[in-house]
Design a binder for this molecule. Structure first.
Ligand SMILES: [Zn+2]
Length: 348
């Protein structure tokens, strides 16, 4: 609930323009309503467009915006638009093996070399770009569509590291089927991976923010455990409601954001709720406004939206926006202004 002592902080995900002038204009506009940005950074951005990232962080800091770096799709382990990981491509020896024995284009989070890659990337990013924190978006065993699909009935991971880790944890060989023990192992593995990343960030600089986002469809066990992650500051949830959902937007947000709030309050962390402001349905531009208002009425600490100007700022620039991106952004700004003023009523 918004109040004077504990105001909600507002953020938006921003895919930077390659042109510093345009970037500055965007960030000025964002700074009128937001406290910070989530900056998606793909491995290829740093390999081939690192100045874009540097300019963005420097300009955002000039404008007093907090910058949280989102290691977008690193190792194909986190949410990402459609940019495959270079590390995964270059190091297939560290990739997951599915239950049918096939290699999968995802670096295994139980492989020490994968964890070392991410820790090196974190340290290098801190030294070169000075962000205010790191975001681990939807850490998952699932495979994004642009990377292909697992065969029916297949699951990951049965690579040598996972097989060895499972035996050490349970005292017997890893079964070839997705048993309850395997599910537990997968949950524990992803959380151990997340903890190691958060611990590493804090070890480099304890003042850096650590944030993650779980998905509504993740198991309750995973969400509950994520809420206890060592050295994690912010647990986020992204109830991206769409008009074809059987629940109303209000019921959907209250269910999932409410659950995240309960989990976080039991663990003394901060909670963030993500507004769906991407790929909105034509004629549904006000959905982002309403989602922001409904989330702000719950006991959240951070209200963030993905992303700036709907699809205009997203990777597939040749993809036509179904909704009007200018109207989505205009209405989202209005929601942020009204919430700051303490107005949680829905006017649109
Ligand atoms: Zn593995």
């Amino acid at each position: 609930m918004i109040d004077d002592e504990h105001p909600i902080e507002f953020n938006i995900a921003y895919h930077p323009s390659p042109y510093p002038h345009g970037m500055r204009e965007d960030l000025k506009e964002i700074g009128e309503v937001c406290d910070g940005i989530y900056l998606p950074v793909a491995e290829s951005d740093l390999a081939y467009a690192s100045n874009k990232i540097k300019y963005c962080i420097d300009i955002a800091h000039e404008l007093n915006l907090v910058v949280i770096a989102d290691f977008w799709g690193y190792g194909n382990l986190f949410a990402c638009g459609a940019i495959p990981s270079l590390f995964t491509l270059q190091h297939p020896e560290h990739n997951c093996i599915d239950s049918h024995g096939k290699a999968v284009p995802k670096s295994c989070p139980n492989n020490p070399a994968v964890r070392a890659f991410l820790k090196d990337a974190i340290e290098e990013f801190i030294v070169k770009y000075a962000p205010d924190g790191f975001f681990w978006d939807e850490p998952q065993w699932g495979l994004s569509g642009y990377l292909g699909a697992l065969e029916p009935g297949a699951w990951i991971c049965r690579c040598p590291c996972c097989i060895e880790g499972f035996k050490a944890r349970f005292g017997h060989d890893m079964p070839a089927t997705l048993t309850a023990d395997v599910e537990t192992f997968r949950t524990e593995s992803m959380l151990s991976f997340l903890s190691e990343l958060c611990n590493y960030v804090k070890a480099v600089d304890e003042n850096l923010i650590t944030s993650t986002c779980v998905m509504p469809g993740d198991s309750l066990a995973f969400k509950e455990a994520a809420g206890k992650t060592e050295n994690l500051d912010i647990l986020g949830i992204d109830p991206y409601w769409r008009p074809d959902d059987p629940l109303s937007q209000k019921a959907y947000i209250e269910l999932h954001t409410g659950e995240a709030v309960r989990i976080v309050r039991e663990n003394g962390k901060l909670v963030e709720s993500w507004v769906c402001a991407w790929h909105l349905t034509a004629g549904h531009e006000a959905d982002a406004y309403r989602a922001a208002k409904r989330m702000a009425a719950l006991d959240i600490d951070y209200l963030s939206a993905w992303s700036y100007r709907d699809y205009l700022s997203w990777t597939p620039c040749d993809m036509r926006n179904a909704a009007d991106p200018e109207r989505v952004w205009k209405l989202l700004r209005r929601a942020y202004h009204e919430i700051r003023a303490g107005d949680l009523d829905i006017h649109v």
